[in-house]
Write a protein that binds this ligand. Structure first.
Ligand code: G3I
Length: 379
């Protein structure tokens, strides 16, 4: 097995030289040395950075990110509980490092996220006595947060996930405390505050399972309403937490077309493909889900069979074909993590599984799926 260093050299120095598994696949163009080079005329290719990568504690990971990607997202450091853990106390140490990394490497930098029902401390919604805030008080708190965080990185973070996961599976608005206290215009307010804080920033609505019919209709209705009100929503983030069987390429294709008709761009904002047996029949990325471990749910603890490796590669290739087809509307494809070892999918919805959802394996080697993605750009 190659070492991590030689794997990196494979990518950076030697260009794309397919592993033996590639046999049977059409030849990959040797001169294409990175994902960002492969898609330079189509869209930016991004990756979510974890704490170690941002802090410079994963030197190999950072080298791969620099070599392969031209956009970054913060996997966790800009979520409310991390950047604004207590009233009046912001912690910008890690976000500053994150933005510096992106600037140093000339990358398109994302902010994720401003308003979400999850990873937001309880105090945000309560006053000193523990009572729920009034609408006006919560709006003031939201505005302060957005103005402070977006304002700090004005002109430096180019795109913000302003509102994250506001929809239920049936397309109705989630009954979060944002919704219950402020009302359904909390979304419009959040976008307006973000726009006021940085008028140049590209503002996104971001959610999972938008391919599912009811939820897609809900998102279309939401974006339509925001646009009618003159709210500056620029991009819909289709998170893209998919698996080997779902959703079909046709469904992804149709969903992108539906959003394109609204006059917004589409970002595939959190892309990964789960290869493990589904632990739930729901199409969800709800972080609150926690299903009990069971060996039948973790069949590849000792390695991914070639058969599944090929299946994953084909799946990635098929979906990138769709993204390329829609290159006029798709402005970014971001992977939710760098290597299989980094992925949240090892611990969700079942803790402690061994998953293989990304393009780089646990030692940083490009997988067959990596070559399939490169190949999809060359058709
Ligand atoms: O902060 C602690 C750290 O101090 C401790 O050492 C570590 C040990 O387990 O846990 C750390 O926190 C974890 C954090 O990830 C960093 O690893 C949290 O418990 C864990 O809940 C958190 O999970 C993240 C999750 O969002 C919730 O914020 C995942 O990494 C992240 O991939 C996931 O990302 C979300 C998107 O933001 C929104 N869409 C769905 C997507 C997947 O759930």
């Amino acid at each position: 097995m190659q070492t991590r260093r030689s794997a990196l050299q494979t990518i950076i120095l030697a260009g794309v030289a397919g592993p033996s598994l590639l046999a049977g696949f059409p030849a990959v163009a040797e001169e294409v040395k990175s994902l960002k080079a492969a898609y330079k005329d189509d869209f930016v290719v991004g990756v979510a950075m974890n704490a170690a990568q941002i802090a410079g504690k994963d030197a190999l990971g950072d080298s791969i990110i620099r070599a392969q990607f031209n956009s970054i997202s913060p996997e966790n450091c800009l979520k409310w509980e991390n950047v604004h853990p207590e009233p009046g106390r912001y912690d910008f140490v890690v976000p500053d490092q994150y933005v510096a990394f992106g600037e140093k490497n000339g990358m398109f930098i994302l902010g994720h996220n401003l308003v979400w029902h999850s990873q937001v401390p309880d105090w945000v919604f309560h006053d000193d006595k523990g009572d729920l805030l009034t609408r006006d008080a919560l709006l003031a708190r939201m505005q302060d947060h957005i103005r402070t965080v977006v304002g700090r990185y004005k002109g430096r973070i180019q795109s913000w996930d302003v509102v994250n996961e506001a929809l239920n599976d049936d397309g109705s608005l989630r009954q979060s405390l944002w919704y219950k206290i402020i009302g359904d215009d909390y979304i419009a307010k959040a976008f307006q505050y973000a726009h006021d804080a940085d008028p140049e920033a590209q503002l996104n609505y971001n959610d999972y399972s938008l391919v599912d019919e009811s939820k897609r209709h809900g998102a279309v209705a939401l974006v339509t309403k925001l646009k009618e009100q003159g709210i500056p929503v620029a991009t819909v983030g289709m998170q893209g937490h998919y698996n080997l069987d779902w959703p079909s390429a046709e469904l992804v294709d149709a969903t992108i077309s539906d959003f394109a008709k609204l006059g917004v761009k589409v970002a595939v904002s959190e892309f990964d493909i789960d290869v493990l047996p589904p632990a739930t029949s729901q199409h969800t990325a709800d972080v609150a889900l926690n299903i009990k471990q069971n060996p039948t749910l973790n069949p590849y603890a000792n390695g991914l069979p070639d058969r599944v490796q090929k299946q994953l590669a084909k799946r990635y290739g098929d979906l990138f074909d769709v993204f390329v087809k829609h290159r006029d509307v798709v402005n970014r494809v971001t992977f939710w993590g760098l290597t299989d070892a980094d992925s949240w999918k090892n611990d969700w919805p079942v803790k402690g599984r061994t998953n293989y959802p990304l393009l780089f394996d646990r030692s940083g080697q490009p997988k067959l799926a990596y070559y399939a993605v490169i190949r999809a750009a060359r058709k």
